[in-house]
Design a binder for this molecule. Sequence first.
Ligand code: HEM
Length: 417
Amino acid sequence: MTGDTAGVRGGHGLRSLGLAAQPPTYEALLDWWTYLREEQPVHYDEELGNWHVFRHEDVAAALADHRTFSSDMRDLIEQPEAFSKVAQGAFLGFDPPEHDVLRSLVSKVFTPRMIQELEERITGISDGLLDALGGARHVGFVERYAYPLPLTVIADILQIPVVDRARFRAWSDALFFQGRDGEPVLVATAEMLRSIDPLIAEMNAYFLDVIRSRRARPGPDLISRLATVEEGGQRLRDEEILGVCGFLLVAGHITTTMLLTSSVLLLHEHPRAAAALRADPSLTAGAVEEVMRHRGQLPAAARRTTREVVLRGRRLPKDSVVLLWLAAANRDPRVFPDPARFDIRRTPNRHLALGKGIHYCLGAPLARLELRVALAGLLRRWRHFTPGGEVTYEDPRHTIGAREIPLEVEWAAGGAG
Ligand code: HEM
Protein backbone atom coordinates (compact mmCIF):
# COMPACT_ATOMS: atom_id res chain seq x y z
CA MET A 1 0.00 0.00 0.00
CA THR A 2 2.03 2.99 -1.11
CA GLY A 3 -0.86 5.09 -2.29
CA ASP A 4 1.57 7.21 -4.23
CA THR A 5 0.78 5.80 -7.62
CA ALA A 6 -2.97 6.27 -7.49
CA GLY A 7 -4.25 8.79 -10.01
CA VAL A 8 -7.47 9.78 -11.66
CA ARG A 9 -8.62 6.87 -13.73
CA GLY A 10 -11.11 8.82 -15.78
CA GLY A 11 -13.74 6.55 -14.35
CA HIS A 12 -12.88 3.33 -16.21
CA GLY A 13 -11.31 1.70 -13.17
CA LEU A 14 -14.36 2.54 -11.11
CA ARG A 15 -17.06 -0.07 -11.49
CA SER A 16 -19.70 2.28 -10.15
CA LEU A 17 -19.48 5.59 -8.36
CA GLY A 18 -21.09 4.33 -5.14
CA LEU A 19 -18.96 3.56 -2.08
CA ALA A 20 -20.39 0.05 -1.76
CA ALA A 21 -19.00 -0.87 -5.19
CA GLN A 22 -15.42 0.11 -4.34
CA PRO A 23 -13.07 -2.73 -3.39
CA PRO A 24 -12.16 -2.32 0.28
CA THR A 25 -8.52 -1.43 -0.40
CA TYR A 26 -6.82 1.85 0.30
CA GLU A 27 -5.67 2.20 -3.32
CA ALA A 28 -9.25 1.79 -4.57
CA LEU A 29 -10.46 4.46 -2.15
CA LEU A 30 -7.67 6.83 -3.18
CA ASP A 31 -8.79 6.41 -6.79
CA TRP A 32 -12.40 6.94 -5.85
CA TRP A 33 -11.63 10.11 -3.85
CA THR A 34 -9.37 11.48 -6.56
CA TYR A 35 -11.91 10.90 -9.30
CA LEU A 36 -14.97 12.21 -7.47
CA ARG A 37 -13.15 15.17 -5.89
CA GLU A 38 -12.63 16.46 -9.42
CA GLU A 39 -15.70 15.19 -11.26
CA GLN A 40 -18.50 15.19 -8.65
CA PRO A 41 -17.22 16.91 -5.52
CA VAL A 42 -20.68 16.57 -3.97
CA HIS A 43 -21.94 13.13 -4.84
CA TYR A 44 -25.19 11.32 -4.07
CA ASP A 45 -24.71 7.60 -3.40
CA GLU A 46 -27.84 5.86 -4.69
CA GLU A 47 -27.12 2.54 -3.05
CA LEU A 48 -26.31 3.82 0.44
CA GLY A 49 -28.77 6.70 0.20
CA ASN A 50 -26.34 9.31 1.48
CA TRP A 51 -24.13 12.13 0.25
CA HIS A 52 -20.36 12.33 -0.05
CA VAL A 53 -18.24 15.51 0.05
CA PHE A 54 -14.58 15.43 -1.03
CA ARG A 55 -12.98 18.87 -1.42
CA HIS A 56 -10.99 20.46 1.40
CA GLU A 57 -12.86 23.76 1.15
CA ASP A 58 -16.27 22.06 1.36
CA VAL A 59 -15.33 19.56 4.08
CA ALA A 60 -13.77 22.32 6.22
CA ALA A 61 -16.79 24.61 5.73
CA ALA A 62 -19.25 21.85 6.67
CA LEU A 63 -17.24 20.89 9.78
CA ALA A 64 -17.25 24.55 10.84
CA ASP A 65 -21.02 24.93 10.29
CA HIS A 66 -22.52 22.75 13.03
CA ARG A 67 -25.90 24.50 12.75
CA THR A 68 -26.42 23.16 9.23
CA PHE A 69 -24.36 19.98 9.55
CA SER A 70 -25.48 18.35 12.77
CA SER A 71 -23.59 15.52 14.50
CA ASP A 72 -26.70 14.22 16.23
CA MET A 73 -28.05 11.09 14.52
CA ARG A 74 -29.85 9.70 17.57
CA ASP A 75 -33.37 9.90 16.18
CA LEU A 76 -32.31 8.56 12.77
CA ILE A 77 -31.17 5.20 14.12
CA GLU A 78 -32.90 3.28 16.85
CA GLN A 79 -30.37 2.64 19.63
CA PRO A 80 -30.54 -0.54 21.70
CA GLU A 81 -30.55 -0.26 25.49
CA ALA A 82 -26.89 -0.58 26.45
CA PHE A 83 -25.72 1.48 23.49
CA SER A 84 -28.12 4.31 24.30
CA LYS A 85 -26.77 4.37 27.86
CA VAL A 86 -23.15 4.80 26.81
CA ALA A 87 -24.22 7.26 24.09
CA GLN A 88 -25.36 9.69 26.83
CA GLY A 89 -21.79 10.86 27.33
CA ALA A 90 -20.48 10.49 23.79
CA PHE A 91 -20.62 14.20 23.03
CA LEU A 92 -19.05 13.67 19.60
CA GLY A 93 -22.60 12.82 18.56
CA PHE A 94 -24.31 15.84 20.16
CA ASP A 95 -25.02 19.40 19.05
CA PRO A 96 -24.94 22.53 21.21
CA PRO A 97 -25.99 23.22 23.87
CA GLU A 98 -25.75 19.58 25.03
CA HIS A 99 -22.36 19.12 23.36
CA ASP A 100 -20.84 22.27 24.83
CA VAL A 101 -21.88 21.52 28.40
CA LEU A 102 -20.29 18.07 28.31
CA ARG A 103 -17.19 19.09 26.35
CA SER A 104 -16.59 21.99 28.65
CA LEU A 105 -16.83 19.80 31.80
CA VAL A 106 -14.54 17.13 30.33
CA SER A 107 -12.09 19.80 29.10
CA LYS A 108 -11.67 21.02 32.68
CA VAL A 109 -10.20 17.64 33.55
CA PHE A 110 -8.67 16.46 30.28
CA THR A 111 -6.41 19.45 29.80
CA PRO A 112 -3.38 19.98 27.54
CA ARG A 113 -1.36 20.54 30.74
CA MET A 114 -2.44 17.19 32.18
CA ILE A 115 -1.43 15.57 28.87
CA GLN A 116 1.96 17.32 28.85
CA GLU A 117 2.64 15.89 32.28
CA LEU A 118 2.22 12.39 30.83
CA GLU A 119 5.29 12.59 28.59
CA GLU A 120 7.61 10.82 31.01
CA ARG A 121 5.05 8.11 31.71
CA ILE A 122 4.39 7.51 28.00
CA THR A 123 8.14 7.31 27.36
CA GLY A 124 8.35 4.73 30.15
CA ILE A 125 5.51 2.66 28.66
CA SER A 126 7.09 2.82 25.20
CA ASP A 127 10.54 1.83 26.55
CA GLY A 128 8.96 -1.00 28.55
CA LEU A 129 7.28 -2.43 25.44
CA LEU A 130 10.52 -2.22 23.47
CA ASP A 131 12.54 -3.77 26.33
CA ALA A 132 10.04 -6.64 26.48
CA LEU A 133 10.91 -7.54 22.88
CA GLY A 134 14.35 -8.61 24.18
CA GLY A 135 16.11 -7.68 20.96
CA ALA A 136 13.90 -9.97 18.83
CA ARG A 137 14.42 -9.78 15.07
CA HIS A 138 10.81 -10.64 14.16
CA VAL A 139 8.23 -8.39 15.76
CA GLY A 140 4.45 -8.42 15.38
CA PHE A 141 4.34 -4.62 15.49
CA VAL A 142 0.63 -4.19 16.26
CA GLU A 143 0.42 -6.98 18.84
CA ARG A 144 3.62 -6.03 20.65
CA TYR A 145 3.71 -2.23 20.36
CA ALA A 146 1.09 -0.26 18.40
CA TYR A 147 -1.88 -1.86 20.16
CA PRO A 148 -0.65 -1.97 23.78
CA LEU A 149 0.95 1.50 23.85
CA PRO A 150 -2.19 3.68 23.55
CA LEU A 151 -4.28 1.12 25.44
CA THR A 152 -1.89 1.25 28.40
CA VAL A 153 -1.83 5.05 28.28
CA ILE A 154 -5.62 5.44 28.33
CA ALA A 155 -6.04 2.70 30.96
CA ASP A 156 -3.43 4.53 33.02
CA ILE A 157 -5.29 7.83 32.69
CA LEU A 158 -8.49 6.08 33.81
CA GLN A 159 -6.53 4.05 36.43
CA ILE A 160 -7.95 0.70 35.35
CA PRO A 161 -6.18 -2.32 36.90
CA VAL A 162 -3.85 -4.18 34.54
CA VAL A 163 -5.79 -7.46 34.87
CA ASP A 164 -8.97 -5.82 33.52
CA ARG A 165 -7.33 -4.32 30.46
CA ALA A 166 -7.64 -7.48 28.40
CA ARG A 167 -11.41 -6.94 28.34
CA PHE A 168 -10.95 -3.47 26.85
CA ARG A 169 -10.06 -4.84 23.46
CA ALA A 170 -13.43 -6.44 22.77
CA TRP A 171 -15.27 -3.39 24.10
CA SER A 172 -13.29 -0.82 22.21
CA ASP A 173 -13.48 -2.83 18.98
CA ALA A 174 -17.25 -3.16 19.41
CA LEU A 175 -17.73 0.56 20.05
CA PHE A 176 -15.40 1.61 17.27
CA PHE A 177 -16.64 -0.68 14.51
CA GLN A 178 -20.27 -0.80 15.75
CA GLY A 179 -20.89 -4.09 13.93
CA ARG A 180 -19.97 -2.52 10.55
CA ASP A 181 -17.00 -4.85 9.98
CA GLY A 182 -16.91 -5.91 6.34
CA GLU A 183 -19.83 -3.57 5.51
CA PRO A 184 -19.34 -0.51 3.32
CA VAL A 185 -21.52 1.74 5.49
CA LEU A 186 -20.05 4.51 7.59
CA VAL A 187 -23.08 4.97 9.79
CA ALA A 188 -24.15 1.82 11.65
CA THR A 189 -27.70 0.51 11.26
CA ALA A 190 -29.97 -0.37 14.20
CA GLU A 191 -29.35 -4.07 13.50
CA MET A 192 -25.57 -3.59 13.64
CA LEU A 193 -25.89 -1.78 16.94
CA ARG A 194 -28.07 -4.60 18.33
CA SER A 195 -25.37 -7.14 17.46
CA ILE A 196 -22.85 -5.43 19.76
CA ASP A 197 -25.26 -4.52 22.56
CA PRO A 198 -24.41 -7.47 24.87
CA LEU A 199 -20.73 -6.48 24.85
CA ILE A 200 -21.61 -2.87 25.49
CA ALA A 201 -23.84 -3.94 28.41
CA GLU A 202 -20.82 -5.73 29.91
CA MET A 203 -18.67 -2.62 29.50
CA ASN A 204 -21.35 -0.39 31.02
CA ALA A 205 -21.67 -2.58 34.11
CA TYR A 206 -17.89 -2.55 34.55
CA PHE A 207 -17.51 1.22 34.27
CA LEU A 208 -20.60 2.06 36.34
CA ASP A 209 -19.10 -0.05 39.13
CA VAL A 210 -15.78 1.78 38.88
CA ILE A 211 -17.52 5.19 38.75
CA ARG A 212 -19.54 4.44 41.89
CA SER A 213 -16.51 3.31 43.82
CA ARG A 214 -14.49 6.36 42.70
CA ARG A 215 -17.33 8.63 43.81
CA ALA A 216 -17.12 6.99 47.23
CA ARG A 217 -13.29 7.12 47.39
CA PRO A 218 -11.97 9.68 44.87
CA GLY A 219 -8.31 9.56 43.81
CA PRO A 220 -6.22 11.62 41.40
CA ASP A 221 -7.38 9.66 38.31
CA LEU A 222 -9.53 10.99 35.47
CA ILE A 223 -12.69 9.09 36.48
CA SER A 224 -12.58 10.49 40.02
CA ARG A 225 -12.05 13.96 38.62
CA LEU A 226 -14.94 13.56 36.15
CA ALA A 227 -17.10 12.47 39.08
CA THR A 228 -16.38 15.65 41.01
CA VAL A 229 -15.89 18.30 38.33
CA GLU A 230 -18.41 21.16 38.40
CA GLU A 231 -19.06 24.23 36.27
CA GLY A 232 -21.87 26.74 36.73
CA GLY A 233 -23.69 24.26 38.99
CA GLN A 234 -23.51 21.52 36.30
CA ARG A 235 -22.05 18.12 37.16
CA LEU A 236 -21.73 14.90 35.22
CA ARG A 237 -24.18 12.06 35.84
CA ASP A 238 -22.88 8.47 36.12
CA GLU A 239 -24.20 7.60 32.63
CA GLU A 240 -22.44 10.62 31.19
CA ILE A 241 -19.14 9.66 32.83
CA LEU A 242 -19.66 6.13 31.52
CA GLY A 243 -20.11 7.54 28.02
CA VAL A 244 -17.04 9.73 28.32
CA CYS A 245 -14.96 6.72 29.52
CA GLY A 246 -16.27 4.48 26.74
CA PHE A 247 -15.66 7.18 24.21
CA LEU A 248 -12.14 7.99 25.45
CA LEU A 249 -11.37 4.30 25.34
CA VAL A 250 -12.31 4.09 21.67
CA ALA A 251 -11.20 7.54 20.57
CA GLY A 252 -7.92 7.31 22.42
CA HIS A 253 -7.00 3.85 21.42
CA ILE A 254 -7.65 2.46 17.94
CA THR A 255 -7.00 5.86 16.38
CA THR A 256 -3.51 6.02 17.80
CA THR A 257 -2.77 2.35 17.06
CA MET A 258 -3.67 2.94 13.43
CA LEU A 259 -1.55 6.06 13.14
CA LEU A 260 1.42 4.21 14.65
CA THR A 261 1.09 1.52 11.98
CA SER A 262 0.88 4.15 9.23
CA SER A 263 3.94 5.91 10.65
CA VAL A 264 6.06 2.76 10.52
CA LEU A 265 4.92 1.92 6.98
CA LEU A 266 5.47 5.45 5.71
CA LEU A 267 8.95 5.65 7.23
CA HIS A 268 9.80 2.29 5.73
CA GLU A 269 8.59 3.52 2.31
CA HIS A 270 10.51 6.80 2.73
CA PRO A 271 13.94 5.92 4.13
CA ARG A 272 15.23 9.46 3.53
CA ALA A 273 12.52 10.84 5.80
CA ALA A 274 13.50 8.26 8.46
CA ALA A 275 17.17 9.24 8.11
CA ALA A 276 16.30 12.94 8.38
CA LEU A 277 14.30 12.28 11.57
CA ARG A 278 17.16 10.29 13.10
CA ALA A 279 19.58 13.10 12.30
CA ASP A 280 17.28 15.89 13.49
CA PRO A 281 14.61 14.85 16.02
CA SER A 282 13.17 18.39 15.93
CA LEU A 283 11.51 17.34 12.65
CA THR A 284 9.34 14.79 14.53
CA ALA A 285 6.42 17.14 15.21
CA GLY A 286 6.14 17.94 11.49
CA ALA A 287 6.40 14.25 10.62
CA VAL A 288 3.48 13.48 12.94
CA GLU A 289 1.32 16.06 11.15
CA GLU A 290 2.30 14.66 7.77
CA VAL A 291 1.46 11.08 8.79
CA MET A 292 -1.95 12.38 9.88
CA ARG A 293 -2.48 14.19 6.60
CA HIS A 294 -1.12 11.50 4.35
CA ARG A 295 -2.75 8.53 6.00
CA GLY A 296 -5.07 10.03 8.62
CA GLN A 297 -6.76 7.27 10.49
CA LEU A 298 -10.41 8.37 10.35
CA PRO A 299 -11.40 8.59 6.67
CA ALA A 300 -14.71 10.41 7.12
CA ALA A 301 -16.92 12.30 9.59
CA ALA A 302 -20.69 11.84 9.35
CA ARG A 303 -23.18 14.69 9.58
CA ARG A 304 -26.89 15.22 9.01
CA THR A 305 -28.37 18.31 7.39
CA THR A 306 -30.72 20.36 9.55
CA ARG A 307 -32.22 22.12 6.50
CA GLU A 308 -32.07 21.97 2.74
CA VAL A 309 -28.56 22.91 1.57
CA VAL A 310 -27.23 23.72 -1.89
CA LEU A 311 -23.61 22.68 -2.27
CA ARG A 312 -21.73 23.02 -5.56
CA GLY A 313 -25.05 23.15 -7.38
CA ARG A 314 -26.44 20.00 -5.73
CA ARG A 315 -29.55 20.24 -3.58
CA LEU A 316 -29.27 18.21 -0.35
CA PRO A 317 -32.64 17.80 1.36
CA LYS A 318 -33.10 18.32 5.11
CA ASP A 319 -32.10 15.22 7.12
CA SER A 320 -29.63 13.96 4.52
CA VAL A 321 -26.74 11.92 5.92
CA VAL A 322 -23.53 13.46 4.61
CA LEU A 323 -20.10 11.88 4.74
CA LEU A 324 -17.34 14.45 4.91
CA TRP A 325 -14.25 12.69 3.56
CA LEU A 326 -11.42 14.04 5.71
CA ALA A 327 -8.90 11.77 4.00
CA ALA A 328 -9.96 12.97 0.53
CA ALA A 329 -9.76 16.61 1.65
CA ASN A 330 -6.26 15.91 2.96
CA ARG A 331 -5.19 14.94 -0.56
CA ASP A 332 -6.80 17.95 -2.26
CA PRO A 333 -4.18 19.47 -4.61
CA ARG A 334 -5.85 22.89 -4.26
CA VAL A 335 -4.54 23.01 -0.69
CA PHE A 336 -1.61 20.58 -0.64
CA PRO A 337 0.86 20.87 -3.52
CA ASP A 338 1.86 17.40 -4.78
CA PRO A 339 -0.53 15.80 -2.26
CA ALA A 340 0.63 12.20 -2.69
CA ARG A 341 4.14 13.18 -1.65
CA PHE A 342 5.05 12.33 1.96
CA ASP A 343 6.89 15.45 3.07
CA ILE A 344 7.76 15.74 6.75
CA ARG A 345 8.73 19.40 6.23
CA ARG A 346 5.39 20.36 4.64
CA THR A 347 4.28 23.85 5.77
CA PRO A 348 1.60 24.90 6.09
CA ASN A 349 -0.12 21.60 6.75
CA ARG A 350 -3.79 22.44 7.23
CA HIS A 351 -4.95 18.82 7.34
CA LEU A 352 -8.36 17.87 8.67
CA ALA A 353 -7.37 14.51 10.18
CA LEU A 354 -8.35 15.74 13.66
CA GLY A 355 -11.52 17.47 12.47
CA LYS A 356 -12.37 21.17 12.78
CA GLY A 357 -14.89 23.37 14.56
CA ILE A 358 -16.66 22.53 17.80
CA HIS A 359 -15.90 18.80 17.52
CA TYR A 360 -12.17 19.29 16.91
CA CYS A 361 -10.41 16.31 18.48
CA LEU A 362 -10.20 16.84 22.23
CA GLY A 363 -7.42 14.26 22.41
CA ALA A 364 -5.23 15.99 19.81
CA PRO A 365 -2.48 16.90 22.31
CA LEU A 366 -2.42 13.29 23.56
CA ALA A 367 -2.41 11.82 20.05
CA ARG A 368 0.45 14.09 19.03
CA LEU A 369 2.43 13.37 22.19
CA GLU A 370 2.05 9.60 21.90
CA LEU A 371 3.12 9.63 18.27
CA ARG A 372 6.07 11.91 18.95
CA VAL A 373 7.30 9.77 21.85
CA ALA A 374 6.79 6.55 19.89
CA LEU A 375 8.58 7.74 16.76
CA ALA A 376 11.50 9.07 18.77
CA GLY A 377 11.82 5.74 20.66
CA LEU A 378 11.48 3.51 17.62
CA LEU A 379 13.97 5.48 15.53
CA ARG A 380 16.47 5.64 18.40
CA ARG A 381 16.35 1.94 19.21
CA TRP A 382 15.83 0.43 15.77
CA ARG A 383 18.53 1.04 13.19
CA HIS A 384 16.40 -0.46 10.47
CA PHE A 385 12.93 -1.99 10.15
CA THR A 386 11.10 -3.49 7.22
CA PRO A 387 7.92 -5.54 6.80
CA GLY A 388 9.10 -9.14 6.65
CA GLY A 389 5.83 -10.78 5.63
CA GLU A 390 2.31 -9.97 4.57
CA VAL A 391 0.93 -6.76 6.06
CA THR A 392 -2.81 -7.03 6.77
CA TYR A 393 -5.06 -3.98 6.78
CA GLU A 394 -8.27 -2.80 8.39
CA ASP A 395 -11.17 -1.98 6.07
CA PRO A 396 -10.12 1.52 4.92
CA ARG A 397 -13.74 2.61 4.55
CA HIS A 398 -13.87 2.62 8.36
CA THR A 399 -10.31 3.12 9.46
CA ILE A 400 -6.98 3.56 7.70
CA GLY A 401 -4.12 1.51 9.08
CA ALA A 402 -2.69 -1.97 9.44
CA ARG A 403 -4.16 -4.86 11.40
CA GLU A 404 -0.72 -6.42 11.70
CA ILE A 405 2.77 -5.72 10.37
CA PRO A 406 5.30 -8.53 10.73
CA LEU A 407 8.45 -6.43 11.09
CA GLU A 408 12.07 -7.47 10.63
CA VAL A 409 14.04 -5.32 13.03
CA GLU A 410 17.72 -4.47 13.24
CA TRP A 411 18.43 -3.04 16.66
CA ALA A 412 20.78 -0.10 17.20
CA ALA A 413 23.83 -0.74 19.39
CA GLY A 414 22.47 -0.71 22.96
CA GLY A 415 18.90 -0.33 21.62
CA ALA A 416 17.72 -3.75 22.73
CA GLY A 417 17.70 -2.56 26.34
C1 HEM B 1 -4.40 9.68 17.03
C2 HEM B 1 -5.30 9.89 16.35
C3 HEM B 1 -6.63 10.56 16.46
C4 HEM B 1 -7.34 10.96 15.39
C5 HEM B 1 -6.93 10.82 13.92
C6 HEM B 1 -8.56 11.56 15.90
C7 HEM B 1 -9.52 12.13 15.09
C8 HEM B 1 -10.63 12.79 15.55
C9 HEM B 1 -11.59 13.46 14.69
C10 HEM B 1 -11.51 13.54 13.17
C11 HEM B 1 -12.54 14.00 15.48
C12 HEM B 1 -13.75 14.81 15.02
C13 HEM B 1 -14.83 13.91 14.46
C14 HEM B 1 -16.04 14.68 13.98
O1 HEM B 1 -15.99 15.91 13.85
O2 HEM B 1 -17.07 14.03 13.72
C15 HEM B 1 -12.21 13.65 16.84
C16 HEM B 1 -12.95 14.01 17.93
C17 HEM B 1 -12.63 13.62 19.20
N1 HEM B 1 -11.50 12.94 19.62
FE1 HEM B 1 -9.98 12.32 18.46
N2 HEM B 1 -8.57 11.50 17.25
C18 HEM B 1 -7.41 10.89 17.66
C19 HEM B 1 -7.02 10.63 18.96
C20 HEM B 1 -7.78 10.92 20.06
C21 HEM B 1 -7.37 10.66 21.41
C22 HEM B 1 -6.03 10.06 21.82
C23 HEM B 1 -8.41 11.04 22.20
C24 HEM B 1 -8.57 11.00 23.69
C25 HEM B 1 -8.06 10.17 24.50
C26 HEM B 1 -9.45 11.60 21.35
C27 HEM B 1 -10.65 12.13 21.78
C28 HEM B 1 -11.56 12.77 20.97
C29 HEM B 1 -12.79 13.36 21.47
C30 HEM B 1 -13.26 13.39 22.93
C31 HEM B 1 -13.46 13.91 20.35
C32 HEM B 1 -14.84 14.58 20.34
C33 HEM B 1 -14.74 16.04 20.45
C34 HEM B 1 -16.10 16.72 20.38
O3 HEM B 1 -17.05 16.16 19.85
O4 HEM B 1 -16.17 17.84 20.91
N3 HEM B 1 -9.03 11.50 20.05
N4 HEM B 1 -11.02 12.94 16.86
